[in-house]
Design a protein around this ligand. Sequence first.
Ligand code: SF4
Length: 352
Amino acid sequence: MGRTPLIATPVAAFVPWQQILVFIEAIVRVYNLHGRRDNAYKARLKILVRAEGQRFVDAVNAEFAALLAENPPLIEQVEFDRVAQGFAAPLSALPEPAPGADAPRAFTRWLERNVHAHKLPGLRAVTLSLKRAGQPPGDVTADQMDAAAELAERFSQGELRVTHAQNLVLPWVPASELRALWLAAREAGFATPNIGLLSDLIACPGGDLCALANARTIPVAAAIAERFDELDALHDLGEIALHLSGCINSCGHHHSGHIGILGVDKDGQEFYQLMLAGSDGAAPGGPATPGQVIGPAFGADEVPDAVEALIDTYRHERRQGERFVDTARRLGPAPFRAAADAVRRATQTEAA
Ligand code: SF4
């Protein structure tokens, strides 16, 4: 029998854009009434949604209807147009350059991993990788910030965006300038061709910086990045999303990683729960799905070995061209769990 869905009836399927602020206010009002502001570990909207399920949805819909009945101010077309002007495209379509010959392998790899199609011909979006040895995922120094700003000025109409995957994106790069951008980005240390690969992992700040953490994340992320620092091997493994959170608040989105790692506290000690085959709904993971926990938690020093065991299982079991997440879903968690359990040293397979 399938699990009963947490929420049977969704909140209003479509909210007219004119009413969107009213709808958001309805959500905030319900949160203010019932949210757990008394407990720092539970003071999140998602925790209220999880606890209340359909009751939360019904309360939001009722609050929304009540607010609308009071004829609140709605967003007007003139305001919409004013804001839209701030998002005008700074460039129009450009001619596509002819393909260059004899490009170095490092450049073609960067094109393959870090350069993305654009809605306008002749333009590309380019990811500056903030995942490199010796720095926590997503960290940049002040000098590196200056360098990123210079790249944005020179190649992307002064525009640069931060992504949830802890990288930077230059959204308006002429295709004819990709080679020059690659050289400049390489000089600044932003050109690692690893976007979407295992070393492009996401990690929240964890216990080094966050008062809510159950466990540290940065040293664990560094240990995994060190273990998988060989570009040829990473490219052979293909797309693998590894997400790491220091507590159940999930700022590192561990539940949506193809491999997820969650820091947990057991009697004042740090452990790490591994999850398999989650997805945030973006390609290549398929529909959004939470990962499945595989066994009791691991000690910090066991995590890189356990991750390597998962990767080795994939290497042995994958079909031609099959991605990690697809192999994990085809086989289910059992062989991955067995491989991870085999590398335990301090923790137990049944109860940690
Ligand atoms: S997930 Fe990480 S950043 Fe978020 S509250 Fe927990 S430890 Fe802090």
